[in-house]
Design a protein around this ligand. Structure first.
Ligand code: BGC
Length: 370
């Protein structure tokens, strides 16, 4: 009887774990069959970029929890945006002969040496959210449609400001750009997506960028630094917007948007002339700022789904099967096109955050109220 009860309990636990795994999308072919502790005796190294942004803390925690539930041992490391620290962390993982390494790079350019070491040691490498460039050591890439993030931001601005209507009436809006890190492929694609929508309005004067800084090279901010974004915004406001307000701050990251908010407050902006401010990641603070009117929108990226897809890739490389892939043409890393799973980004603002974020279980209403 005791044996039967123990077995029944084990079965209930396994079913509960299997139920926890899903967030809506169909499970990948690399997902572990229910009840199989595919990770038993295996160690996964996870190299994350920084804890300075909430998004990466959540990504790390999600991945760790999901992998541990499958029996894996997890080594989770954060490099605090120091490329050399990340190189050392990955070197350690290689020398410990972990079974798979997942990397969200600080600087895509600095890792080719350690990636080659991993390959040499027979350790599979998976790129998490940020593409690993110029290497043949990476097997798979789990991310979002990163150009789509930019397109969604551009489209939001176009719709919210009715740029078509403004063009017909000969009306114009001022805009400044705060783009992501030059060593992050996602940042380049995001800028491309934004310009795909907004460029024509910059060209015909419906959008006016008074600093003249619109190219990626002129607007990219190394390591996605909030402080730099704030500094730039302060300089722009005092140097170019003394007589006419800034109408749109096109920000590629919630962290920038916090810095932009501070700069605007210091320059005396109020709800009367507060600009449209975009963002990315739908961090808790960003959604609170959306509710209070200090940020207009953000891009929601369900990191639970991303982690689930990446775990499917890990299971596949561990068990010698094929993971779920939905893109085999977009992410050429300079050596080959990396087979990818791309999740869909969603624009959120004050009108849809309850439906998408709260009802979707990403944050509770209590978290947002606190
Ligand atoms: C990610 C974004 C994030 C940014 C800054 C990018 O690689 O795709 O979601 O906002 O890094 O951390």
């Amino acid at each position: 009887m005791k044996k039967f009860l123990a077995l029944a309990l084990a079965l209930v636990m396994v079913l509960a774990l299997a139920a926890c795994g899903g967030t809506g999308d169909t499970p990948g072919s690399g997902d572990a069959p229910a009840g199989d502790q595919v990770g038993a005796g295996k160690t996964i190294g996870i190299a994350m970029p920084t804890q300075s942004s909430e998004r990466w803390i959540n990504d790390g925690a999600n991945m760790k929890a999901k992998l541990e539930a499958l029996g894996y041992t997890v080594q989770l490391q954060y490099a605090e945006d120091d490329p050399q620290a990340q190189v050392s962390q990955i070197e350690n993982m290689v020398s410990q002969q972990v079974d798979c390494i997942v990397i969200a790079a600080v600087d895509e350019g600095t890792l080719t040496g350690v990636e080659a070491q991993a390959k040499e040691a027979g350790i599979p490498v998976i790129a998490y959210d940020r593409l690993l460039k110029n290497t043949d050591a990476v097997l798979y890439y789990a991310s979002f449609d990163n150009e789509g993030v930019g397109t969604a931001i551009g489209q939001y601005i176009k719709d919210a400001k009715d740029l078509e209507g403004a063009r017909k009436e000969g009306k114009s809006y001022t805009i400044e750009f705060f783009m992501g890190s030059p060593d992050d492929n996602n940042a380049v694609l995001l800028h491309k997506g934004i310009m795909g929508v907004l460029e024509e309005y910059l060209n015909d004067g419906t959008l006016v960028c008074k600093t003249g800084r619109t190219s990626f090279d002129e607007t990219c901010i190394l390591r996605w630094s909030q402080e730099t974004a704030q500094q730039w915004c302060e300089n722009y406001l005092s140097g170019f917007y003394a007589d006419e307000p800034l109408d749109i701050a096109c920000s590629a990251f919630d962290g920038f948007s916090y810095g932009i908010r501070s700069a605007l407050e210091s320059a005396g902006y109020t709800s009367e002339n507060w600009p449209l401010i975009t963002g990315q990641d739908a961090e808790l603070m960003a959604v609170k700022n959306i509710i209070s009117g200090h940020q207009t929108m953000s891009i929601y990226k369900d990191t639970r789904l991303l982690a689930e897809k990446c775990v499917g890739m890990i299971n596949a490389v561990i068990s010698g099967t094929e993971p779920e892939i939905n893109d085999t043409s977009t992410y050429d890393n300079g050596v080959f096109v990396v087979p990818s799973y791309l999740c869909t980004p969603v624009a959120v603002d004050v009108n849809n955050y309850e439906e998408i974020i709260v009802e979707g279980g990403y944050y509770t209403a209590d978290q947002l109220a606190g």
